[in-house]
Design a protein around this ligand. Structure first.
Ligand SMILES: Nc1ncnc2c1ncn2[C@@H]1O[C@H](COP(=O)(O)OP(=O)(O)OP(=O)(O)O)[C@@H](O)[C@H]1O
Ligand SMILES: [Mg+2]
Length: 309
């Protein structure tokens, strides 16, 4: 089973309008709601690929209840900790020409006690998990150490982890030997400092994680080359050229693709090409983290992987 942890989920609404006119009232032709949040996206893509997964994290208020209903309707198993603050909503106004303008509400506070409850919940879920995926941002200072505590616990219990995050919550957790670290280039630069310009910079970026015991370090860059490193190998993976619709959740789809591959016993090279294909597949459509196995395999044929070492 793959458990995903989302500290900061969101009810993601897309409202369809003709054209946005600043300061005017608009009548929408349609509204769609989907559960957003990085770990939830990973669980959605895994579910679509027929994998066993449970999404956890924090949910609060009526919005939290609605999110549980929506996940249930999608067939995505979940086991969230209820918190006092209402889960946030985000609205994307999508115009006829395909342009989207988004407004996300601020995250509600999470108390130290609620953070402790989540750690207890994840600790229980660990006994039936092969992987724990810690994805996304921290909603409040009280949760800045939650991923660190989870990763530390997994290392002690030999459960594998993926850390896909940024800022302080990522900085803290990266010290505790997550099995896989996945970031995009911008997230790495703002979290750890420095600029990633060439292979030497990427090598230097991955080296401290690998030295501490992380087995695979992956840094993506949207349509740009993906850099991946283990202690013994370095790879550059070039995503296919696609016609871009919505790249939201491409990194999450990639994480799901890599875990699908590792669960099947595929080697890291295949996990990378399949993961990149899952990311690119996601970027081709408006729906988030919901590509079929056939679609991903088709795109994988256009993914190029080169050995750097
Ligand atoms: N415009 C694009 N064209 C082709 N592939 C893309 C594009 N955008 C994303 N991808 C694919 O998805 C992978 C992950 O994308 P990206 O670097 O945007 O992740 P991310 O920023 O972590 O995304 P998110 O956090 O929204 O899930 C890329 O390595 C690539 O394979
Ligand atoms: Mg990401």
């Amino acid at each position: 089973m793959i458990t995903t942890v989302t500290l900061n989920p969101m009810l993601d609404k897309t409202v369809y309008v003709d054209t946005i006119q600043h300061g005017k009232v608009h009548r929408a032709s349609r509204m769609e709601m989907v559960v957003g949040g990085k770990g939830v996206n990973v669980s959605r893509q895994l579910t679509r690929l027929g994998m066993k997964t449970t999404a956890t994290g924090f949910l609060g208020g009526e919005v939290g209840t609605l999110i549980e209903k929506l996940l249930d309707a999608e067939g995505i198993a979940c086991d969230f900790v209820r918190v006092a603050s209402m889960t946030r909503e985000g609205v994307t106004y999508r115009e006829k020409n395909g342009v989207g303008t988004a407004v996300f509400e601020p995250s509600g506070p999470i108390t130290s006690h609620e953070a402790e409850l989540l750690l207890e919940r994840v600790s229980l879920m660990m006994s039936r998990s092969d992987w724990i995926v810690c994805s996304g941002s921290s909603p409040s200072p009280e949760t800045d150490n939650t991923f660190a505590a989870i990763v530390k616990l997994t290392a002690e219990r030999s459960v594998k982890t993926v850390l896909d995050s940024y800022d302080r919550v990522c900085l803290n957790a990266s010290q505790h030997r997550p099995t896989i670290i996945k970031m995009n280039k911008g997230e790495y630069e703002r979290t750890f400092g420095g600029k990633l310009r060439d292979a030497k910079d990427y090598d230097a970026a991955c080296e401290p994680f690998l030295r501490r015991g992380t087995t695979l370090c992956v840094i993506t860059d949207g349509p740009g080359d993906v850099y991946a490193a283990t202690n013994a190998k370095r790879w550059m993976v070039t995503p296919p050229v696609i016609s871009l619709v919505n790249a939201t959740g491409s990194g999450d789809s990639m994480v799901a693709g890599m875990l699908y591959a590792f669960t099947r016993g595929w080697d890291p090279k295949r996990a990378l090409t399949f993961g990149v294909a899952a990311g690119s597949c996601n970027a081709q459509v408006w729906a988030v983290a919901n590509s079929s196995l056939e679609e991903i395999i088709q795109v994988e044929a256009q993914v190029l992987l080169r050995n750097l070492k």
